[in-house]
Design a binder for this molecule. Structure first.
Ligand code: 3HC
Ligand code: NAI
Length: 702
């Protein structure tokens, strides 16, 4: 065996006539310039190496290659370019095998498509996720894959960005074989000897026939994607690139792919989506948690089995935790069991659980009780009872009396003061807010709300719990509404003000959906239940500043029992069983009445005006939230809105969007609006300071 390190990032050695080319660029073997150069050198060496008759490319560590190095995007390109390198691999006269383990994604899978044979290890996942970063595969993926597996299968893969497991990759024809070996090197050597024994030759996917496509297929894809993409460009550009594979020869198709890739590389959407990727990873890296170990959590108690409690229970159960749920009485406990059973049944139907897992959870991992003594062994208790300080006081007193020392006592309150809740107990260091979003077993966001006295390892446990539940945790300080709901209250008020001034709720929903939100604010209110906002408004009424402008039309709907989808009427009318509402002239009548009472002459507002005001209100409040330390950095606000509030991912979050628009333009808007309503539109001092210093929100993310 000969060993030679061609470059630190790629190793080359030969064993029994097989060249083993090992990519070693932890943690995910991204194709950095050092890896590209290393691979280039290794391929040249293999071509010239008389001892080596076949090569295997493997990844060191936990994965094959997770794709291009995302950190290099937006910087000056460095040679060799990935498509050229892959072409060199494919052009090699002697056969090359890619051995896929862990994740072979993006450029990683494209390297494998340039190889002549592909072997997957059990557990491997392969995919082309570029679309999720605002890109298309840019190193031959859109040209080689359709030749290998056809147009429809390719488009399914690259327009969703979702990876497929090894077995599916085998069925599609992306890989040639699945090895039963768990070590890539051993598996690769065995497969290479097998290929040599068979006299296998270099087999190039670029030389396969161009894929056929039935008339109308691509237009169907375009129609479907235009609806789903809500303004995101890359899914539709994927279709253009794959179309090129069907109409052009391989070299021309590659040229077309390059043009399309470069046009997206320059787009603000690419910058926004890559910001989102890194922000989601950075959000859990908190200086205060450096070196702090989380507490062990296996047994969870939940108080209250309503909408949130049941959802939180299911989230815990689906992720291997043991749950004891406390309700007020036997009837409520039975009701909670019914809800949990129904939600687990949904997971079973969707294939997220096997029948055995489902039955095991219900038999062994979940129980209800009405006596708090059942929580004596709980490591963590999450309270999700009615949003009332009196009710919560009673619950926390009981928890303090019954839970073991070191148990974490968490509240899922949406708005209440968690410092006050912590002070109810004799162990404020163990009390924290864990603010889940509805439906709690689905929504990704978890706000970890940190009161003054909380111990650092309790905060670390909140983050560890989020990871265990497959959620993204954001640290929030204590204030009315924390990060998300506090900002929501402000931009929601801005939407109500726009309605009073002339826009209809339907205009506003339409404009914001065109901007990229999944739903408009009035549709969201109808879905959540208008009674929730009504209760909050009543609770806040006594503390309302007399200068605040308050719209009454939503209260009027509630007084009429119109609570939204659940009552069939809210801002929209919902025909029996439908979740899609139609506008209601009666609602417009109520709004007209209110305008007349206030002496307002309604003004028409176009989509741009609506979006500008809505976003200005959101960003202005977000800047205050950052300045007060409620959110640690602007990126924490971005992640909150991307994972909890349906903010369009291709716009990167409100703070990234603000930088994109430009803070001077935003400040000019705020000052103009402040001339109409100085109380509501007071520009945040942080925005003034950033503009004065020529800085962006991004500068505060470091
Ligand atoms: N480039 C640079 N850094 C990357 C990276 C990449 N492609 N993929 C992951 N990383 C970094 C992460 O930022 C993180 O860094 P940190 O520790 O400093 O925070 C570290 O690697 C580990 O990543 P994760 O925390 O995400 O680890 P997981 O084990 O949870 O997930 C993964 C691993 C599934 C590979 C996930 O990281 C992932 O999805 N990565 C992105 C894959 C991707 O999108 N590839 C396509 C790139 S575009 C491309 O290839 C263009 C081509 O067509 C030309
Ligand atoms: P809900 O009304 O659906 O459920 C509350 C449950 O608590 C009921 O089942 C009730 O029987 C039970 N309960 C009341 N007092 C109790 C007690 N002393 N002991 C045991 N159980 C008791 O309310 P929901 O929507 O689940 O909200 C619960 C909490 O979660 C509130 O603090 C709310 O602000 C918060 N929250 C709600 C969200 C939502 O979208 N509904 C989102 C995030 C947080």
């Amino acid at each position: 065996m000969t060993t030679l390190l061609t470059q630190a990032a790629v190793a080359y050695d030969v064993t029994d006539g097989v060249a083993v080319i090992t990519v070693q660029n932890p943690p995910v073997n991204a194709l950095s310039v050092a890896v590209r150069r290393g691979l280039d050198a290794a391929i040249s060496r293999f071509a010239a190496d008389a001892e080596a008759h076949i090569a295997v490319i493997i990844g060191a560590g936990r994965t094959f290659i997770a794709g291009a190095d995302i950190k290099e995007f937006g910087k000056p390109p460095q040679e060799p370019r990935l498509p050229d390198l892959i072409q060199r691999i494919e052009d090699t006269e002697k056969p090359v095998v890619a051995v896929l383990h862990g994740t072979a994604l993006g450029g990683g899978l494209e390297v494998a498509l340039g190889a002549h044979y592909r072997l997957a290890l059990p557990g491997a996942k392969v995919g082309l996720p570029e679309v999720t970063l605002g890109l298309i595969p840019g190193a031959g993926g859109t040209q080689r894959l359709p030749r290998l597996i056809g147009v429809d299968a390719t488009l399914t893969l690259i327009t969703s960005g979702r990876p497929v497991p090894a077995q599916k990759a085998l069925e599609l024809g992306i890989v040639d074989q699945i090895s039963q070996d768990s070590d890539p090197r051993t598996a690769g050597l065995v497969y290479a000897q097998h290929l040599l024994g068979q006299g296998a030759v270099a087999r190039r996917s670029s030389e396969m026939d161009a894929p056929g496509v039935a008339a109308g297929t691509l237009d169907e894809w375009r129609g479907k994607l235009a609806q789903k993409a809500r303004g995101q460009l890359s899914p539709l550009v994927c279709v253009d690139a794959v179309e090129a594979a069907t109409t052009l020869d391989f070299a021309s198709g590659m040229k077309r792919e390059r043009e399309l890739f470069l046009s997206l590389l320059d787009s603000p959407q690419r910058a926004a989506l890559i910001h989102a990727f890194f922000a989601e990873r950075k959000v859990s890296k908190l200086p205060e948690l450096q070196g702090i170990a989380a507490r062990e959590i296996t047994e969870v108690g939940i108080i209250g089995g309503g909408t949130m409690g049941a959802g939180i229970a299911v989230s815990c159960l689906l992720n291997g935790l043991d749950v004891t749920l406390i309700e007020r009485n036997e009837d409520a406990a039975a009701q909670a069991t019914t809800t949990v059973t129904r939600l687990l049944g949904d997971s079973l139907r969707r294939g997220k659980l096997s029948k055995a897992q489902h039955d095991g959870i219900l038999a062994d991992d979940f129980r209800t009780a009405t006596d708090y003594k059942a929580l004596s062994q709980a490591d963590l208790v999450i309270e999700a009872v009615f949003e009332s300080m009196d009710v919560k006081r009673d619950v926390f007193q009981k928890l303090d009396a019954e839970c073991k020392a070191g148990a974490i006592l968490a509240s899922n309150t949406s708005y209440l003061d968690i410092n006050e809740i912590a002070a109810i107990t004799n162990r404020p260091q163990d009390v924290i807010g864990l603010h889940f979003f509805s439906p709690a077993h689905v929504m990704k966001l978890l706000e970890v709300v940190v009161p003054d006295a909380t111990a650092p390892d309790v905060v670390a446990t909140g983050f560890a719990l989020a990871k265990k539940l497959g959620k993204i945790a954001v640290r929030a300080g204590v204030c009315d509404g924390f990060i998300g709901n506090r900002i929501l209250a402000t931009y929601r008020a801005a939407a109500d003000h726009m309605v009073l001034d002339g826009a209809s709720p339907y205009d506003i929903d339409r404009a914001l959906k065109a901007f990229g939100f999944a739903m408009g604010p009035f549709e969201v209110s109808d879905l959540a239940g208008l009674d929730i906002g009504w209760a909050t408004r009543k609770r806040k009424a006594p503390t309302l500043d007399p200068r605040a402008r308050v719209a009454k039309f939503a209260d009027r709907l509630c007084e009429l029992g119109r609570f939204g989808q659940k009552t069939g009427r809210g801002f929209y009318i919902y025909p029996e069983g439908s979740r899609r509402g139609t506008p209601d002239p009666e609602v417009l009548g109520f709004i007209d009445d209110e305008r007349a009472d206030l002496g307002i002459t309604p003004q028409r507002m176009d989509d741009e005006t609506i979006v500008r005001r809505y976003m200005a209100a959101m960003i202005n409040e977000a800047a205050k939230v950052v300045a007060e330390g409620i959110a640690l950095r602007p990126l924490d606000v971005d992640v909150t809105f991307l994972s909890g509030y349906g903010f369009p991912r291709h716009r990167g979050g409100p703070m990234h969007y603000a930088d994109e628009v430009g803070l001077p333009a935003l400040l000019a808007d705020l000052e103009r609006y402040a001339e109409e309503d100085a109380y509501f539109w007071q520009p945040a001092q942080l925005i003034r300071d950033l503009v004065a210093n020529g800085q962006t929100f991004a500068s505060l993310n470091e």
